[in-house]
Design a protein. Sequence first.
Length: 263
Amino acid sequence: MTINPGAAEFPHRQIAAQLRERIRRGDWQPGERLPSIPAMAEMFGVAKQTVQRTVDQLRVEGILITKPGSGTYVRGTRRRLNRLSRGRYGAHRGYHADLAARYRQQLTAVGREAAPPEVADAFGVRDGTEMLVRRHVVRADDATVEVGASWFRVVDASGTSLERHEAFGRPLYQEAEEVLDRRYTTATDTISARQPSREEAEILQIRPDTPVLHLLHVAFDETRKPIEVAQATWPGPMTTLTEEYRIPAPTPDPDPDPGMALA
């Protein structure tokens, strides 16, 4: 592994490109520890600070993770997530077996909290209105890949199973439909990119300057009244959101009026 001192590209970026290629090739597997920074500096013939810049860059990209007192490890390849509304509800409004096989959801908290602004806006209430929230994380392979929360109106969910700190063995929306006696009929997904909060960065094990993708999911009943507002946050560099959909065939133009053609 070498760098070209005469190249226009900075040395740390040249090193990053070579490390990416080796990881993509499988020379280093997910979870495998890389050589120490002094060892890599000697390998490339550069200063330790140059290698540290490389490691910092690849950590922001989500390729590497540093464990204090242990070393730098390969975090893994980019994950494809299909967790928009269609994946949430499954092909036939049932449990999405593909997601269940790849991802493990863990309920972390259930309680009443003040609604953050985006949730309050979605429900059409004042900021800080008390609501019921069910918080969770999603894990894949030993890494946390999602921080999420589902919000309900207290007046709707009070006294129901939604207030209990327990998993239901079926999708949350199915439990909500049954206990609230309201059917989910439409939903909107809004995705944005932003910096993580301190808590999100800690849970997702990413640097504070690593961007995240944030989903706001609002589910409505047949009267267009919100039933549930859900949030999901994913580490941006490790996440791709993929949707597959049909493209309608073009509609042929109507035949011209024969009478007009003869005029």
